[in-house]
Design a protein around this ligand. Structure first.
Ligand SMILES: C[S@@+](CC[C@H](N)C(=O)[O-])C[C@H]1O[C@@H](n2cnc3c(N)ncnc32)[C@H](O)[C@@H]1O
Length: 215
C-alpha cells in the first residue's frame, strides 16, 4: 500500500500520477453513467442555474451529464491537473463549465454554491483534514444549499487507489455535517468497478438550514 499523503505536495503527486498512468475508464471509481448522483440531484429539484460544485470531480461524467440536463453553472475542483485536462477535453470550452485545480483542503472558495457534490473524496481524509473539509464546505455552501456525499460504506472496501479510507454509514456522514443540516435522503449503492469488483457506497443528501453554519 502507498504511504498516505499528508501534505498538499504529496496529495497532488499521488493523484496526478494516478491520472497520468491510467485511462479514465480503467480506474476503480469509473462509472459510465453517474446514475445515483443524477437521481439524487433530480430529487432535489434544483433550478438549472444553481451553482454546482463537484469536489474531487476528476474525470467524472457528472459534469457533461449535468450540462446535458440544462445546468448552466457547474464547477469541477480537483487536485490532479491531469484529470481536469481530460475532463476539459471531453466537454470542450463551454461557458457553463469551470475547472479549478486546487487542493480542496487548502482551497479558499471565491463564491458560494447551491450544491456541493462529493463522490469518493471525503473518505480519504482523516483527523484535521476532515475538520478542514467541513470548514471549507461551510464557506462554500449557500444558505439553504444542498450536499450530496458518497463514501465507501461500513462493509465497503478499506482502501481506494492504494490509500486507506474511512468508511461511513449514513448516520456517521450526517453526524459529520452536524447541526445546521437536515438529512433529506440516504442510499446504499453497489458500484461495480471496471475490473468487476463490487464496492458498497453510502450516499446521503442533506440540506443546509441557512442559520447555524452561516459563514
Ligand atoms: C476516487 S476519485 C473520485 C473521482 C470522482 N469524484 C468520481 O466519482 O469519478 C477521488 C478524486 O478526488 C481527487 N482528490 C483527492 N484528494 C483531493 C484533494 N485534497 N483536493 C481535491 N481533489 C482531491 C482525486 O484527484 C480524484 O479525482
Amino acid at each position: 500500500m502507498a504511504t498516505r499523503p499528508t501534505n498538499e505536495r504529496d496529495r497532488a503527486a499521488h493523484w496526478s500520477s494516478v491520472y497520468e498512468r491510467n485511462r479514465p475508464d480503467t480506474v476503480s471509481w469509473y462509472q459510465r453513467d453517474p446514475a445515483m448522483s443524477l437521481a439524487l440531484v433530480e430529487a432535489l429539484g434544483l433550478e438549472p442555474d444553481t451553482a454546482v460544485l463537484d469536489v474531487g470531480g476528476g474525470t467524472s461524467p457528472l459534469l457533461p451529464a449535468l450540462l446535458d440536463r440544462g445546468f448552466v453553472d457547474v464547477t469541477v475542483l480537483d487536485i490532479a491537473e491531469a484529470a481536469l485536462a481530460q475532463s476539459r477535453a471531453v466537454v470542450g470550452e463551454d461557458p457553463r463549465a469551470r475547472w479549478i485545480a486546487a487542493d480542496l483542503l487548502t482551497w479558499v472558495p471565491p463564491r458560494r454554491y447551491g450544491l456541493w457534490h462529493d463522490r469518493a473524496v471525503l473518505h480519504f481524509f482523516t483527523g484535521d483534514e476532515v475538520l478542514a473539509y467541513r470548514r471549507i464546505l461551510d464557506a462554500a455552501l449557500s444558505p439553504g444549499g444542498a450536499v450530496v456525499l458518497a463514501t465507501f460504506a461500513p462493509d465497503g472496501p478499506e482502501q481506494c487507489s492504494g490509500l486507506p479510507v474511512t468508511r461511513y454509514g449514513p448516520q456517521a456522514l450526517a453526524g459529520l455535517l452536524g447541526e445546521g443540516f437536515e438529512l433529506a435522503d440516504a442510499r446504499v449503492e453497489d458500484h461495480t468497478t471496471p475490473g468487476g469488483a463490487v464496492q458498497r457506497f453510502t450516499w446521503i443528501v442533506a440540506r443546509r438550514s441557512g442559520s447555524a453554519r452561516m459563514a
